[in-house]
Design a protein around this ligand. Structure first.
Ligand code: ADP
Ligand code: MG
Ligand code: MG
Length: 880
């Protein structure tokens, strides 16, 4: 079989498509050579050799030596030099290259083939002894540290010694004679450390380096990296052997690393660094200061390549255009100039920031390099999320005091407050505040809304703080365990510092970092390229995108981000408002229907006003309103003053209230008295809510002659009968309101599918439903039998150990939860082919989950307002 593939000098046996066999570097070297770019000739030993080597007890395939010899002979002919020849020696580089670039693999060895004889040949042939001895010492140093495992400090000590002796500071001041001394020192030192003389036989050097590359595939660093990045061991690495070109031959030589566009902004400008008279990793090694590529980017005192080597630079500009035209993407390239002649040594698609990926995709589509659909595919929806929030200015000074979980993206800066009430009070006075809590609960919502950012010291990615913050688009760092919060003394302690309430901190919700003081920020830009890409995405997507929103502010944000309606309005969030919570408590603490009705009458005008606002903002768009869902337990008064307040409105005493609260408290509220169970047992609650919805819809209809179409959603249905009973209540209220007002609006009644039983009998439930909305948060809890609020204690371990690939509350569990969604969708549509299907909850904004929703044929996804653009883009990608 064929183990070796040649590239360059007119024989290109590989191509970019052969990345699996040749590794990324080898495949692209062959590709560049075959489109006519100047690539020094060489050959790639395939990844299959690596695999075979490990399968056969570290033995190479029998034909390998012969194939390497043939390929090497071809390189010799191509460049007119001979490997090991004393007069005209061929030197090569030995470079590793897996399918994906992988830190931990062997470093490149340059100038291989030099020894005590060939170094003189190189000196004579080039007429430059200093260059030859510099190359030789580089080779011993690289081969010594990479292949022979000699500590690199040992080499540096020797150079330092020679410099000191000669009284010079810079490497560049050393002469041929000095490098000669360095080489002698190196050889002695290597022999002392390894017990053997430095290998002089080029053949032995070559196989030593090849063996080191294959050996590095199984080293500790590479193994760890593979485990963390899910790279299978079976992929193996390739080895590239390539004729050397020299950037260290004088002032008409250089080496550089650059991007075809600016990888941080995406700007269409040649971006990168180069060094004159240098080799290999000098540019990144930091020994000398690299210079900019383009004159436009040169600062005073810098010498751009454009100015210093105009001819080679012009050639490189051509190459840049050729590469982008060929690869249709921004490239990250490595090159060397030898005596004004350009050589290409590497290309690959360049890594870039979220902002750059957006700009490059849109620009390239406009330039005709890619089409609009391709541009839509190019931008990672998750990265888009970053662009919608302020970010920390990368160049700003900062002092980190702690690190927690990156729970909700964006940066925020403000004064520390330790309670929701204080957050609200200070925010109303126009102060920017950061709410700092050990953990948050539903009672903190108003403070979270008022705050610029939220910091908790306990809880995971799906803790209350994290979920609510993401929903509101507030930056959040959760579970920063190294911070101690002391409410009593109004202080937090972290990293040996104490910060008090009123002092300023900055959060980075994208990294989880917490900083003392103010860190400068960059505001997001939603116009221009962002708007263009969204427009292209909207053209191709099938899934509609709605938002989960209940407040006018959220609904407005959702519209601004392009939501096509509301997919989930959680009415209970409206109940926590300080103005209303009294009436809510009065209702749940009342012992009689009459008592409850009196309290509900107080709530009706509030609810009606809420819906009026929402219907106005969402004019002409669907609005799904979920009737009361959470366990009453959550609204119970706890504090003495809360109990006293309720006692007063109900004309009861505090002791009676305490008894009632104890009666209502539940052992397992998430599986308790909640959802439609409330509607069945306390019909007056749902009746009030239905009345508020219909009265608001009628009012808007009369006012604008364009009535909204409310979609009323019954939560937590497990049995058909539950839906039939609650639906009948809603229908009855609708008829009453229409009769009273003399005005009729169309509406729908549907249910959430969030219990396994509901999914399994979805055909029967569909008889009573106009739509299904998959409540995958609760469905995940009930399918796995795990509580979201408690999962933080073990889920991270599960993910770490690979028991679960991802947090199932973040990305839908396709095998389990997804199977139930599929069953319910099929059963429902089997009965009612036009049954509307949607998904609400965290998964509605998760790209992988959105792909799943597309595959099941749902009609829409609904997510928090700030995730709407992410969902629009993900939905477009899912459709392509
Ligand atoms: P990495 O994967 O770490 O970038 P490379 O194999 O690309 O390692 O090698 C690093 C650098 O070594 C290259 O950017 C280039 O400057 C230099 N290099 C590699 N091969 C050659 C060669 N044949 N001639 C000259 N320089 C080379
Ligand atoms: Mg490289
Ligand atoms: Mg639910």
């Amino acid at each position: 079989s064929k183990w070796v593939y040649s590239f360059g000098a007119g024989r290109n046996e590989g191509s970019a498509q052969m990345r699996n066999l040749l590794g990324g570097k080898g495949a692209n070297l062959a590709e560049m050579a075959s489109i006519g770019l100047p690539v020094p000739p060489g050959f790639t030993i395939t990844t299959e050799v690596c695999t075979a080597y490990y399968e056969n007890g570290r033995q190479y395939p029998a034909e390998l030596r012969e194939q390497v010899a043939e390929a090497l002979a071809r390189v010799e002919t191509a460049v007119g030099l001979k490997f090991g020849d004393h007069q005209k020696p061929l030197l090569v580089s030995v470079r590793s290259g897996a399918r994906v670039s992988m830190p931990g693999m062997m470093d490149t060895v340059l100038n291989l083939g030099l020894n005590d004889q060939t170094v003189d040949g190189l000196a004579n042939a080039s007429g430059d002894a200093r260059f030859a001895w510099d190359s030789y010492r580089r080779f011993i140093q690289m081969f010594g540290s990479v292949v022979l495992d000699v500590d690199h400090h040992r080499f540096e000590e020797i150079i330092e010694h020679v410099k000191l002796d000669r009284g010079v500071l810079e490497d560049t001041e050393l002469t041929a004679q000095d490098w000669h001394r360095v080489v002698a020192g190196y050889k002695d030192m290597v022999e002392e450390v390894t017990g053997e003389p430095f290998p002089q036989d080029p053949e032995a050097q070559l196989w030593g380096a090849i063996g080191a590359v294959f050996g590095s595939w199984m080293n500790q660093r590479a193994n760890t990296y593979r485990r963390l990045h899910d790279i299978p061991e079976s992929w193996g690495t390739a080895v590239n052997v390539q004729a050397m070109v020299f950037g260290n031959m004088g002032s008409d030589c250089a080496t550089g690393v650059c991007f075809t566009r600016d990888p941080s902004t995406g700007e269409n400008i040649f971006y990168g660094e180069y060094l004159i008279n240098a080799q290999g990793e000098d540019v990144v090694a930091g020994i000398r200061t690299p210079q900019p590529m383009s004159e436009a980017r040169a600062k005073p005192g810098e010498r751009s390549m454009e100015a210093a080597m105009p001819a080679a630079y012009a050639e490189l500009v051509q190459v840049r255009a050729t590469l982008e035209k060929h690869y249709h993407d921004m490239q990250d390239i490595e090159f060397t100039v030898q005596q004004n002649k350009l050589y290409m040594l590497q290309t690959r698609n360049g890594k870039r920031t979220a902002a750059a990926s957006l700009k490059i995709a849109v620009d390239m589509a406009r330039e005709g390099l890619i089409d609009e659909k391709e541009a839509v595919q190019r931008v990672n929806p998750a990265a888009l999320d970053q662009l919608l929030h302020p970010t920390l200015d990368p160049s700003a000074k900062r002092s980190a005091i702690a690190k927690g979980l990156p729970a909700s993206p964006g940066a925020a800066c403000g004064v520390i407050v330790f309670s929701a009430d204080e957050a609200e009070a200070r925010a109303q006075k126009g102060e920017a505040v950061i709410l700092v809590r050990i953990e948050t609960s539903p009672e903190d919502i108003h403070g979270m809304h008022a705050a610029k950012g939220i910091l908790t010291t306990r809880g995971g990615m799906t803790s209350h703080a994290a979920v609510v913050a993401r929903g509101m688009g507030r930056p959040c760092v959760a579970g920063a365990g190294s911070i101690t919060v002391d409410y009593a003394s109004q202080a937090l302690m972290a990293g040996g510092r104490t910060l008090r309430g009123g002092e300023t901190i900055t959060l980075d919700g994208a990294t989880g970092e917490v900083f003392a003081g103010t860190v400068a920020m960059i505001e997001p830009k939603l116009s221009g390229d962002f708007a263009t890409l969204m427009e292209w995405a909207d053209k191709v997507r099938r899934l509609k995108v709605r938002a989960n929103a209940e407040t006018p502010v959220d609904a407005d944000t959702a519209r601004k981000f392009g939501a096509e309606g509301i997919g989930l309005c959680r009415t209970e969030h409206m109940f926590f408002d300080p103005e209303r919570i009294g009436a809510v408590r009065q209702m749940i603490m009342a012992e009689t229907e009459q008592g409850r009705r009196a309290a509900l009458a107080r709530l009706l005008p509030f609810q009606r006003a809420d819906f009026l606002d929402l219907f106005r903002i969402m004019a002409g768009l669907p609005v799904t309103i979920r009737l009361l869902d959470p366990p009453l337990h959550e609204f119970l008064p706890h504090a003495e003053h809360e109990l006293a307040e309720v006692a007063e409105t109900l004309g009861a005493d505090v002791e009676a209230m305490k008894r009632r609260a104890a009666e209502l408290s539940e052992a397992n509220p998430m599986l308790g008295h909640r959802g439609c169970r409330l509607g069945v047992t306390f019909p007056e609650i749902y009746e009030m809510q239905a009345r508020a919805i219909f009265e608001a819809a009628v009012a808007i209809g009369k006012e604008t002659h364009k009535a909204p179409v409310p979609e009323i959603m019954i939560p937590l249905v497990a049995m058909t009968r539950e839906l039939e009973i609650t639906r009948a209540m809603v229908d009855k209220v609708a008829q009453q309101v229409f009769a009273e007002s003399g005005y009729h609006v169309t509406y729908q009644v549907g249910t959430m599918i969030e219990l396994p039983r509901a999914a399994l009998i979805a055909d029967r439930i569909a008889e009573a439903a106009d739509f299904f909305s998959f409540g995958t948060n609760d469905l995940t809890q009930t399918v796995f039998g795990l509580s979201r609020d408690d999962a933080g204690k073990f889920l991270p371990t599960y993910v770490e150990k690979g028991i679960l690939p991802k947090d199932p509350f973040v990305s839908i569990d396709i095998d389990g939860v997804g199977a139930l969604v599929r069953i319910a969708a099929e059963k429902g549509r089997g009965v009612k082919p036009d049954l509307k299907l949607g998904i609400c909850g965290e998964h509605g904004g998760d790209p992988a989950s959105i792909h799943f929703c597309e595959s099941v044929g749902l009609d829409y996804v609904s997510c928090s307002p700030y995730r709407v653009p992410v969902a629009r883009l993900a939905a477009a990608q899912a459709a392509l």
